[in-house]
Design a protein around this ligand. Structure first.
Ligand SMILES: Cc1cc2nc3c(=O)[nH]c(=O)nc-3n(C[C@H](O)[C@H](O)[C@H](O)COP(=O)(O)O)c2cc1C
Length: 174
């Protein structure tokens, strides 16, 4: 299958979009690409808003993820949301969130298709895509927490999140 859906540009201030529900309940796929090889990783931690006079998305990716390696080598990435009533999308997000692109080409295995816009990879099967350009990278550290229980609950193994803030270059919907 090699479908090419048409994504319409979506003006960001006209969007009927709840980031809390989208990230937490639906989750998204972060899509990165280096040397023509794309990878997708499920993420449910994210934020959207204003920073440095720009519309931004913030994602939190643990140091150990293959996606973290690819993010560090890329200028851009995409955040992909899906119609979660479709069983194939649910299944894909399970695979993207449990297997590593270090071991296999998850996208090809699922017969999903990579599309590009603004030199940025995204998944053709998505129905809402944010094309993002990195602005900053911040490593979350043990000493950053006011509540030690956050550190002990989430980082017992020392695999801390790295926070990437990125400018939203374009939103596409279909
Ligand atoms: C529902 C769900 C949400 C997830 N959210 C995140 C996240 O926000 N940040 C993160 O680093 N890993 C998150 N993960 C874990 C990664 O998706 C998982 O480790 C994945 O296999 C990494 O793939 P990669 O090695 O190809 O990058 C999540 C997994 C699931 C199932």
């Amino acid at each position: 299958m090699n479908q090419k859906h048409v994504f319409q540009p979506m003006p960001i201030y006209e969007m009927d979009f709840n980031p809390f529900r989208q990230f937490k309940e639906d989750t998204c796929a972060i899509v990165t690409e280096v040397n023509g090889k794309a990878n997708a990783m499920t993420a449910s931690w994210g934020a959207m808003g204003e920073m440095w006079g720009k519309d931004v998305i913030t994602i939190y990716v643990r140091e150990s993820r293959f996606t973290r390696e690819l993010l560090d080598q890329s200028e851009t990435f995409s955040i992909n949301f899906f119609d979660m009533d479709k069983v194939e999308n649910k299944m894909a997000l399970q695979i993207f969130g449990s297997e590593s692109g270090r071991d296999k080409d998850k996208i090809a295995e699922l017969k999903f298709n990579v599309n590009h816009s603004l030199n940025t990879p995204f998944l053709d099967e998505s129905n809402l895509v944010f094309l993002c350009s990195k602005l900053s990278r911040t490593e979350i550290k043990k000493e950053d927490f006011f509540h030690p229980r956050i550190d002990s609950k989430f980082y017992e193994n020392g695999d801390y999140h790295i926070m990437y803030i990125a400018e939203i270059m374009r939103v596409g919907a279909r």
